[in-house]
Design a protein around this ligand. Structure first.
Ligand code: GDP
Length: 193
């Protein structure tokens, strides 16, 4: 994919602010610090379009990015950040749920997990919820460069078992640019259908 243009469009706090032109959307979600902003920036070849926040969990909104005037990346708030109040957490969760359940242009959801660790309880619960939706899901296992090559297959297998899932798991490293072409190939094939 040649990214000719990538613009940050809006941080939406209300569904009324979601873009309404129907461009296909790819949503990204995962725990704070999993590497989501780094991945989005690398996919788009932009240094800091999706802000790599100094404070994990700072993103409180649904962020829409318009790419090549043809599709969107949607950055969902990171979950599992303990320092926010329960009430705040519930509000985010509600907003994300609403987006995932109602959003017509949503083509695929990417759930990010850290390849080094077993998925957290939050990761597992979120994944189970996603599987209930009528939207294709892909798990992206981030920070591939942090483990030896010899351990990749084992980590992926353990993540799959913990999530109890059949969906595809893509190991990537945003930092070392590993696996990004494969992700783009998937996005492109989604858009061809
Ligand atoms: P977010 O909270 O999910 O948006 O996570 P960030 O993108 O801010 O990344 C959290 C931390 O992980 C930062 O210190 C990044 O530099 C680091 N990080 C992100 N992706 C990678 C990766 O592929 N490899 C390595 N080694 N570190 C990464």
């Amino acid at each position: 994919m040649i990214v000719r243009s990538a613009e940050f469009e809006i941080s939406a706090v209300r569904p009324q602010q979601w873009p309404d032109d129907g461009l296909p959307e790819f949503a990204f979600l995962g725990r704070s610090n999993v590497g989501k902003s780094t991945l989005l920036n690398r996919l788009l070849n932009r240094k800091s379009l999706a802000r790599v926040s100094a404070h994990p969990g700072k993103t409180r909104q649904i962020n829409f990015f318009r790419i090549n005037d043809g599709f969107r990346f949607v950055d969902l708030p990171g979950y599992g950040y303990a320092a926010v109040s329960k009430r705040e957490r519930e509000l985010f969760a509600k907003m994300i749920d609403r987006y995932l359940i109602e959003r017509e242009p949503l083509v695929r959801i990417f759930q990010l997990v850290d390849i080094r660790h077993l998925p957290s309880r939050d990761d597992v619960a979120v994944h189970a919820g996603l599987l209930e939706l009528d939207v294709p899901i892909t798990v992206v296992a981030t920070k591939l460069d942090k483990i030896p090559k010899s351990q990749v297959a084992k980590q992926v297998r353990q993540i799959r078992e913990a999530l109890q899932t059949q969906v595809e798991i893509y190991p990537i490293s945003a930092e070392k640019r590993l696996g990004l072409d494969e992700l783009w190939a998937l996005l492109e094939s989604d858009m061809d259908h």
